[in-house]
Design a protein around this ligand. Structure first.
Ligand SMILES: [Zn+2]
Ligand SMILES: [Zn+2]
Length: 344
């Protein structure tokens, strides 16, 4: 079979590999869609400390069960499934307390295990042990189902930031994650959702699909948000961009008792921002992080897609075969697409 393997930074090869066979407790799937995201670009450029090459990449996986290992019950060939990306251990203190997204022993598909840029992949027993294999509801395509993983991360972020009824929400960063934030905020009852990006072209492309109440760009985002909200600021500000400047702006555009989600991480060599602590103090602001998603978030994300509460089909702008994986990563890197999916 064909796979796309990471060998070293700048060196991803589409090559032949033996079909993997499921061990006890594993499930083998025929990958139908594995979507790409900014993380794939980061891995391509810099590698990742959890990836020991060579490794088949790809962590937004949907496919069809073709074989099950010994001791697997409840799954059969032909079942349509979506796979979690982050695998909590299920046993540590954080997992026992229900804090699965911050499990310190977390492993990931495409990092510790071969991922979905392949015709076939094996879902490890560890994934099944934490309920990380989800049945795709009828009417949901494989490509849409593959977007359940990033949507699950967005859902975790908005739960932590308590996005809800009547909120004015600003999303900074108009990539695929920003688009999902806009759609999810609407489904959670937000009053108005504003989408911002420094790249006017990308903003226009994404705004055309998700139709925010306003699309804003330029150096004076804070002033624009204050103007749009009659000086009050936004109840929730989500930074879906790897930008310390965006995080600093987010703090200044939040309303009293506002919540700020630092959804996107910052570059490892430049993670320090300036924070006016008195803003946080007097305005009773809450700053939250977001680290991936739990298996339960994945299951709920899939239901949000299936019910139509968060449509994703129109966000998938590019479909490429496995051979096109480098083009896909380049397209994501240039911000020229919303969601790019690989169909191995
Ligand atoms: Zn991803
Ligand atoms: Zn754990």
């Amino acid at each position: 079979m064909k796979v796309a393997r990471f060998h070293a930074p700048g060196d991803i090869r589409v090559e032949d590999a033996a079909e993997p066979e499921p061990g006890p407790g594993d499930v083998k799937i025929r990958v139908r869609n594995c979507s790409t995201c900014g993380t794939d670009v980061k891995i391509f450029r810099f590698g990742h400390h959890h990836i020991r090459p060579p490794r088949v990449m790809g962590h937004e996986i949907a496919g069809e069960v073709v074989a099950t290992g010994a001791d697997v019950t409840g799954w059969a060939p032909g079942d349509r499934v979506q796979v979690i990306a982050a695998i909590p251990c299920g046993r540590c203190e954080e997992c026992r307390r229900g804090h699965l997204t911050v499990c310190p022993d977390q492993e990931s598909m495409g990092y510790h295990y071969d991922g979905g840029f392949a015709e076939y992949t094996v879902v490890p027993a560890k994934v099944l042990a934490v309920d990380g294999l989800n049945r795709i509801p009828d009417g949901v395509g494989f490509a849409e189902a593959s977007v359940a993983e990033p949507l699950a991360c967005v859902l975790n972020g908005q739960e932590l930031a308590r996005v809800g009824d009547g909120d004015d929400v600003v999303v900074i960063g108009a990539g695929p994650i920003g688009c999902l934030h806009v759609r999810l905020a609407r489904s959670r009852g937000a009053a108005r959702v504003f989408l911002a990006d420094i790249n006017a072209e990308r903003l226009e492309m994404s705004a055309g699909r998700v139709r925010p109440d306003a699309a804003i760009t330029g150096p004076d985002l804070v002033e624009q948000v204050l103007k749009l909200t009659d000086g009050r600021g936004a109840d929730v500000v989500v930074t879906a961009a790897a930008s310390g400047a965006a995080q600093e702006q987010a703090l200044r555009m939040a309303a009293r008792q506002g919540r700020i989600s630092f959804f996107g991480g910052l570059p490892k060599d430049d993670p320090v921002i300036a924070c006016d602590s008195n803003l946080v103090h007097y305005r009773e602001l809450t700053i939250v992080g977001a680290n991936g998603s739990s298996p339960a978030h994945n299951a709920r994300a899939l239901r949000l897609i299936a019910s139509g509460a968060v449509p994703v089909a129109d966000l998938i702008t590019h479909r490429l075969p496995l051979d096109g994986v480098l083009d896909a990563i380049d397209t994501v890197a240039r911000g020229a697409a919303i969601k790019v999916t690989i169909e191995p």
